[in-house]
Design a protein around this ligand. Structure first.
Ligand code: ADP
Length: 289
């Protein structure tokens, strides 16, 4: 039944259901319009927390800006958004315009995070599945992203509600990069991320091995703190490309905490160079389109 003629007011369940369906259709339409302006959508995933996924997402986004692309970064780590702090925007809130919520901007990168919508950085996000889906839908559809070459989506670790909603909402044309560290305990979880992508028909651009060796600033010797070669072995086993290896560098911790992304504050470092190479590999994935 699509309408009810026997009630004169709008309070009956049928009319309310019709109104809800209209609202959902409108939201889906808004989302489709927003996504139309975005050429490539890249989910940044990890099997585990703490492997440097957000650090990688932020620096990869700036590396793409550096290459002259129009880039947005959406942080959907709803329970632990780090992008506001890492980009020096903690405590800031977006403005609204007739076109929608205006993303915040740093050095040409458009940014949106649930963190910008909370009253304070210490406020907990208390949400479960359907609410998370609605929140991610709004962060995509209600934000005035404009025309973008790349939208990077920083997902929380694992294969739960947020990446699943993101894949469903972004639809065809999205792809994933998976960030890992070289040791076995991290790699086991990466296989789960790859299986998630496979099951959802989400193309995998490749793996990024972060914390890949440490070059001592005093003696210049390389130490493999988290072992070595794990990412390469996994890439070989799964047939997924290895996009780049980012070494451990204490300056990444400082730049993340200070809100000055490493690639901007230390553009000449080995890490920045590795991130640029990774960005080139991401761009190459779509070559020929
Ligand atoms: P995740 O998003 O996977 O939870 P984060 O990006 O928040 O991880 O990084 C966790 C911590 O590790 C942060 O303090 C960050 O500065 C640090 N970190 C990330 N990558 C590196 C690296 N290559 N070298 C040194 N520290 C790093």
């Amino acid at each position: 039944m699509s309408n009810c003629d026997s009630c004169s007011d709008g309070s009956c369940a049928v009319k309310q259901s019709d109104a809800a369906n209209d609202e959902q259709a409108q939201i889906r339409r808004n989302l489709a319009i927003r996504l139309c302006g975005i050429r490539h959508k890249v989910l940044v995933m990890s099997g585990k927390g703490g492997v440097g996924k957000s650090t990688t997402a932020v620096n990869l986004a700036f590396a793409l800006v550096e290459k002259g692309f129009k880039v947005g970064l959406l942080d959907i780590d709803l329970h632990g958004p780090s992008v506001p702090t890492m980009c020096g925007l903690a405590g800031q809130h977006p403005q609204a315009s007739e076109e929608g919520i205006v993303p915040l901007e740093v050095s040409g990168l458009k940014l949106m995070s649930i963190g910008f919508l909370l009253a304070s950085s210490g406020q907990a996000t208390i949400m479960r599945g359907p609410m998370k889906h609605g929140a991610i839908q709004q962060l995509l559809a209600d934000v005035d992203w404009g025309e973008l070459d790349f939208l990077l989506v920083d997902c929380p670790p694992g294969t739960g509600d947020e990446p699943l909603s993101a894949v469903q909402l972004l639809g065809a044309g999205a792809a994933a990069v998976v960030v890992t560290t070289p040791q076995e305990v991290a790699l086991i979880d990466v296989e789960k991320s790859l299986s998630f992508c496979n099951d959802l028909n989400l193309p995998v651009i490749g793996l990024i091995e972060n914390m890949s060796g440490f070059i001592c600033p005093h003696c210049n010797q390389l130490s493999d703190i988290f072992k070595s070669g794990g990412g390469d072995r996994l890439a070989e086993k799964t047939g997924v490309a290895m996009l780049g290896k980012i070494p451990l560098d204490p300056r990444l911790v400082v730049s993340g905490d200070d809100g000055k992304p490493h690639i901007l504050s230390c553009p000449e470092s080995t890490c920045s160079e590795a991130i640029r190479q990774t960005a080139t590999a991401v761009v190459t994935f779509w070559d020929g389109e």
